[in-house]
Ligand binder design. Sequence first.
Ligand code: GRF
Length: 208
Amino acid sequence: MSEQPLRRLGVLGSGKGSNFVAIAEACARRELPAEIALVVSDVPDAAILERARERGVPARYIPPGRFRTKLDEEAEAAYVAAMREARVDLVVLAGFMRILKSEFLSAFPDRVVNIHPALLPSFPGLEAWKQALDYGVKVTGVTVHLVDAGVDTGPILAQAAVPVLDSDTPASLHERIQEVEHRLYPEAIRSLLAGGITFKGRRALRLG
Ligand code: GRF
């Protein structure tokens, strides 16, 4: 068992929240020395909010503002304020479908992580499992990375491979990728919080 203090995670998600559940369960089992301080969604009826509430985790819908793929200025400030009020050490994107701009990222420098359903830098963007299947690769996978101003371009923290089968449909491949996500994301966050991940020789995160 780790002797680190419990770190506070803020989770942003737009969808069903299966990665949130995997992380919450790893925290409950004490495999991850962290607690989820807050879940925020840009979708009022996203299942991730329900999954959080049924576990007693504070969960809020914060309106995203007038754009479709990013937060507007006012919304971004509200998201930053919510995460700051919850005193989060790390922001965890778990299926959050909007790009975060510099206002948010500079409030949490090198402290925003994301999970992507492919082996970056291959297949950034939407429906990466479908992109992989359409391209015809034999192996795809999962990437956990720090978030920077690009789309799926930040420093890579952890990756795991998933074979593509001849019989795969987009749905079957996505399902196997998600199983790997649920193992890799909590593990990568645990290593990151413990200071055990480097990127190009530099430690990826230093918490005080
Ligand atoms: C995951 O497949 C993740 O890779 C992508 O969004 C999906 C979120 O799924 N970024 P869930 O809401 O955690 O089930």
